[in-house]
Design a protein around this ligand. Structure first.
Ligand SMILES: Nc1nc2c(ncn2[C@@H]2O[C@H](COP(=O)(O)OP(=O)(O)O)[C@@H](O)[C@H]2O)c(=O)[nH]1
Ligand SMILES: [Mg+2]
Ligand SMILES: [Zn+2]
Length: 307
């Protein structure tokens, strides 16, 4: 019997099938993609179930190939990744302007991980009901300027107080599997509860002490929308993982750089200081935003450290 994993606890899984919801355990190990993973099965996975033994216990006997997946760095094991969710149609990154402010570097890392599978991504600025200082509003303007120009939709919402966005978002969500991602405390679970009240996800005050938020959602979980489609709530992400890519490939995942693909003098150009680099020219001419280029260089160096 085929099914889709809608919840993982680490030791057992909740699987949605044509015959309803089943709890299943894992049988044996699977051959995985070329990744060092800390979780063999993720929310969103399509799996094959079998009954085992006299007690009619259900096991996951196999996993179907993943269309795509989003990973984060493992917090427990160096050089390992954890699959946040798989087989998604689009990803929403929830960001906030302060306490905590989501950095542009974090947004860009997220976009590299979605671009590597060509997963459409949107940026949702939450907590717009709060009062902001001028520097926060300048930051908001930067987000609009940078990402809308690149083709990523940017929405401003208040998951807590506003209802109007539901109409705006529900068209986008219908019939699709959408990942809600972002730091801890940005309001992912609050937004999910607004869109699917029956989900009743726990939400937590941000701890005033650290301003970092307390982890309330430990594992990703998938919920069905009333009009079709799914939303995936995830625990707060500290840092997205990036699939193993060669240095010269990284720019393929920056949409504004991708269009100059193959135009540099050297075809393995890293766009750092090579002669005849078209990316550096375009940066100079203002076609590439300096913040985006900065993220590009940072990710390039971080990934080098990782090898
Ligand atoms: N002022 C304000 N607070 C919000 C909003 N959305 C969420 N919060 C609060 O932010 C805290 C963290 O929310 P939560 O949904 O648990 O964040 P998550 O960690 O991303 O799931 C909670 O205290 C929420 O009530 C919003 O739009 N405005
Ligand atoms: Mg949450
Ligand atoms: Zn170049």
């Amino acid at each position: 019997m085929k099914g889709r994993v809608i919840k993982s606890t680490g030791s057992w899984y909740v699987v949605q099938t044509e015959d309803g919801i089943k709890n299943a355990r894992l049988r044996g190990k699977f051959k995985q993609e070329d990744l060092k993973l800390t979780n063999p099965i993720a929310v969103g996975d399509q799996v094959l179930l079998e009954n085992e033994g006299d007690h009619e216990s259900t096991v996951i006997a196999d996993i179907l190939p993943r269309e795509n997946y989003i990973i984060r760095k493992s917090t427990r094991k160096a050089h390992h990744s954890h699959i946040i969710a798989s087989n998604i149609d689009q990803a929403f990154l929830i960001v906030t302007l302060r306490s905590p402010r989501t950095s542009l570097g974090f947004i860009d890392r997220f976009l590299v991980s979605t671009e590597s599978f060509r997963i459409p991504a949107s940026i949702i600025v939450n907590k717009m009901d709060l009062e902001y200082k001028e520097k926060d509003l300048d930051f908001l303007q930067d987000i609009h300027d940078i990402y809308e120009t690149l083709g990523y939709p940017v929405f401003e919402i208040s998951a807590l107080e506003d209802n109007s966005f539901e109409y705006e978002l529900s068209d986008l969500l219908q019939g699709k599997t959408t990942l809600l991602s972002g730091h801890s405390g940005v309001g992912k679970s609050t937004l999910l509860n607004k869109l699917i009240p029956s989900a009743r996800q726990t939400t937590k005050e941000i701890s005033k002490f650290s301003s970092k938020g307390v982890h309330t959602t430990t594992f990703a979980e998938m919920f069905e929308l009333e009009n079709g489609g799914y939303l995936i709530d995830t625990p707060g992400i500290k840092e997205f993982g990036i699939l193993d890519i060669d240095d010269y490939e990284l720019s393929h995942y920056f949409v504004e750089m991708r269009k100059y693909l193959g135009q540099c003098k050297y075809n393995n150009c890293k766009h750092l200081n090579e002669p005849g680099c078209v990316i550096l020219d375009k940066l100079e001419e203002g076609y590439i935003h300096p913040y985006r280029y900065e993220s590009y260089v940072n990710i390039l160096h971080e990934e080098d450290d990782h090898r």
